[in-house]
Design a protein around this ligand. Sequence first.
Ligand code: SF4
Ligand code: SF4
Length: 204
Amino acid sequence: MPYRFTFDLSRIPRFFFTELTTAAYQRGMHRKVSKTVQDIIKTFKIQEATGLNLSDAVTLLEDLIDAQARNLIERERFVQTQRRALLLPHCSRKFMDNRCKASFDPKIPSYICAHCSPDCQVGKAEVLAKKRGYDVYILPGGSCIPKILNANHYEGVIGVACGEEIKTGVETLRAMDISGQSVPLMKNGCANTAFNIENLSKIL
Ligand code: SF4
Ligand code: SF4
């Protein structure tokens, strides 16, 4: 399910992500978070940059911190896994119309990237992950995840998605005892969305 608000954090200074990581680490260690979410929102002028009201900005940052905290807690187990998959969201494709030359295979279910655009994030992520031995899926929605996971026996799964979809995915992975890592979208909206490819590369 998408957020009921849209945001774009793709131009926020990199230091913002360092602050989020620090907060996530403290949360993962069950320590008191030194800077509150409201402090971070104020310091980085998140409301001005995104146009979000305070409550939505808090929801967004809490989800980003929780996702990062889960990554940290799960990291050790994840690196031990052998058979892995990367789940990418269709909304980060460069094109959402027929300029995207990917075909869709409902049997998997996944788009099959045709690598039509060298600057497409999904295309780049697919190449990166396949080089590292991952199976890659480009999903039209989170409801495809159980079918893919039931048909394969992955030990580790990385999901790129908005915070709401990550939460649903985490529950699915937990129920199947699969180790997970996530990369939250930095720009949502269900079309022309964006994620940080360097962040994905580190997690892969
Ligand atoms: S690179 Fe792949 S996913 Fe991106 S627009 Fe082209 S076919 Fe679609
Ligand atoms: S932003 Fe992307 S990942 Fe999130 S619900 Fe919309 S299509 Fe799915």
